[in-house]
Design a binder for this molecule. Structure first.
Ligand code: G1P
Length: 291
């Protein structure tokens, strides 16, 4: 059973400056909730019970968001603002524990994941990169499908989606014999971090959702610095794939890269029009603008 998920949130968000200068990029709001709220809820809906933030000294507001704020709650209660009180309390997830580990040096995604080694122990686990929002078009989410597949096949699952060829050098890219249908997994032949466009084995990019066995931690300990002079999770997955099968899972949902300004704007549009209270008004605003 996959119950633990690692969220590497220590990155300083240089692609999102100046907004991320004094607030974590994960706390920027999409409609009425911070980005991290969507990603944590995606994990919880997939059955995750322990959230492990790999964090940085400047990012306490992420942990504070998921904790009670007694002063605020007491004030809302005293003023009889019970709807708001309920809204605020809903953020605290029942039966989910939150653990934080500091990544005090920016040594890369692989290093961030390795920081949780002592919490992971011998259990398989998920990794969710909080820059990327995965919006589902069905009730079951892609991460839940990856976990089911991991449980039945006992092979690591790496979520991928097709991107335009000229963008492959921004992502991890997988090598597969046949491209799987959406919602399906296929054994990978290889994986490479940010390949040059003419060297990329495919246009299937790594989205930022992983289901991995505990032994990836030992491999990460032996992984030298790679692309960008950082310890790359992709390189440890490539090492794992030499020892046993690793599968690329092709997602069904839609992604929004909220670490980039244009991806963020697109996310606001898509989540905004579907918001249960604000959606209709927001659609009207968009129609007015496009006149
Ligand atoms: C990381 C991973 C990369 C993946 C990407 C998805 O890169 O290293 O393999 O494709 O996230 O967003 P980063 O965006 O941190 O450079």
């Amino acid at each position: 059973m996959i119950k633990k998920a690692i969220f590497p949130v220590a990155g300083l968000g240089t692609r999102f400056l100046p907004a991320s200068k004094s607030i974590p990029k994960e706390m920027v709001t999409v409609v009425d909730r911070p980005v991290i709220d969507y990603v944590v809820n995606e994990a919880v809906q997939a059955g995750i019970e322990q959230i492990i933030f790999i964090t940085h000294s400047s990012k306490d507001s992420i942990e504070n968001y998921f904790d009670h704020n007694f002063e605020l709650e007491t004030m809302l209660e005293n003023k009889n603002k019970l709807d708001l009180l309920e809204e605020v309390k809903k953020v605290i997830l029942a039966n989910v524990s939150i653990v934080s580990v500091r990544q005090s040096r920016p040594l890369g995604l692989g290093h961030a994941v390795l920081c949780a080694k002592h919490i992971i122990g011998n259990e398989p686990f998920a990794v969710l990169l909080p820059d990327v929002l995965v919006k589902e078009n069905s009730t079951e989410n892609d991460l839940a499908r990856m976990i089911q597949r991991f449980n039945s096949s006992k092979t690591a699952q790496i979520m991928v989606e097709a991107v335009p060829d000229h963008l492959v050098d921004q992502y991890g890219v997988v090598d597969v014999e046949t491209v799987p249908n959406e919602g399906k997994s296929v054994v990978m032949r290889g994986i490479v971090e940010k390949p040059a466009v003419d060297k990329a084995p495919s246009n299937l990019s790594v989205v930022g959702r992983y289901v991995l066995p505990a032994k990836i931690m030992q491999l990460l300990e032996q992984t030298p610095k790679g692309a960008g002079n950082e310890i790359q999770l992709t390189d440890a997955i490539a090492a794992l794939q030499k020892l046993e099968n690793v599968e690329a899972y092709r997602m069904k949902g839609q992604t929004f890269d909220c670490g980039s300004k244009s991806g963020y704007l697109k996310a606001v549009l898509h989540y905004g029009i579907e918001h249960p209270i604000l959606g209709d008004e927001f659609k009207r605003m968009i129609r007015e603008l496009s006149l």
